[in-house]
Design a protein around this ligand. Structure first.
Ligand code: HPA
Length: 274
């Protein structure tokens, strides 16, 4: 079936379940689910119920959309996201972002776990993403363009909204939240990188590396949605500090940073003026 029609049908289904009007979309990354506890929930919809949503794998199982109030603003949270390494193609990975646009979100907030390439960074600190490098091998905009949703050749000169980056830096100082600002490089995964690859990623200008966020950002920017994104630095990947790591350690490091991430996102949303 036509992709645009699928997006519309998914949106119509959600609209048949709730008339809640979200202004912010929030994508929750690995180990960052605690934000959900702070939401005054108006409605939850499991991904399985929504027509054309990608079928869940073990990891995205129990994924759901949560509609409600956070920091005094109307939000819809994606609890559980789809990664390319799970076997979804990029149209599937970014399908929910298309649906959030049709639901009327005005801004998108993305969180993720990433490896630190910048030697000034420490484990479990946060990094606001101010730019990215896309090394993923499939682009979500490949193929017939959905002119109704956005242009063929979207501008990417400001992929992350500067006013929201500035607000986050201000808030981090007020709240004593250690916060870096840097470039995220998106890779396919699922294996982590070799020492030579980490070296290369640093040399080409990245401060952190991860397996998500870039496709969601590209699709959101194509639809003219301003994006704010934060990484939790879960492992150190700079020369001399590359250690063996496990998924458990990545999740533990993300969990440790979770209160800061939650506070930062909540305040950025609460103080947003548009
Ligand atoms: N590389 C890629 N993705 C990641 C990493 C990493 O070191 N850490 C968390 N996500």
């Amino acid at each position: 079936m036509d992709y645009l029609l699928q997006i519309k049908e998914a949106t119509e289904f959600i609209r048949s379940q709730t008339d809640f009007q979200p202004d912010f979309g929030i994508v929750l990354g690995t180990g960052l689910g605690a934000l959900v506890k702070d939401i005054e929930v108006a409605k939850e919809i499991n991904y399985e119920e929504i027509p054309h949503f990608p079928l869940s794998t073990v990891e995205s199982h129990s994924g759901k959309l949560i509609f409600g109030q956070l920091g005094g603003k109307a939000v819809v949270v994606m609890k559980g996201r789809f990664h390319y390494y799970e076997g979804y193609n990029m149209k599937e990975v970014t399908f929910p972002i298309r649906v959030l646009k049709l639901l009327g979100i005005k801004k998108l907030i993305i969180s993720n776990a990433s490896g630190a390439l910048n030697p000034d960074y420490k484990k479990s600190e946060l990094m606001v993403i101010n730019d990215h490098i896309n090394l993923q091998t499939e682009n979500p905009l490949t193929g017939k363009n959905l002119n109704e949703l956005g242009v063929r050749f979207p501008d990417m000169s400001e992929p992350y909204e500067q006013s929201m980056i500035d607000a986050a830096i201000r808030i981090s100082k007020e709240e004593n939240i250690p916060l870096h600002q840097g470039v995220y490089v998106g890779v396919n995964g699922p294996n982590l990188e070799t020492k030579a690859e980490y070296n290369m990623l640093r040399i080409i200008g990245a401060d952190a590396v991860g397996m998500s966020t870039v496709p969601e950002n590209i699709v959101a920017r194509q639809m003219d949605i301003p994006v704010f994104a934060v990484s939790v630095l879960t492992d150190l990947c700079y020369p001399g500090h590359i250690q063996k790591i496990s998924v458990e350690e990545v999740i533990a490091a993300a969990n440790k940073a979770e209160p800061y991430m939650t506070k930062l996102i909540k305040k950025v949303i609460a103080k947003d003026k548009d």
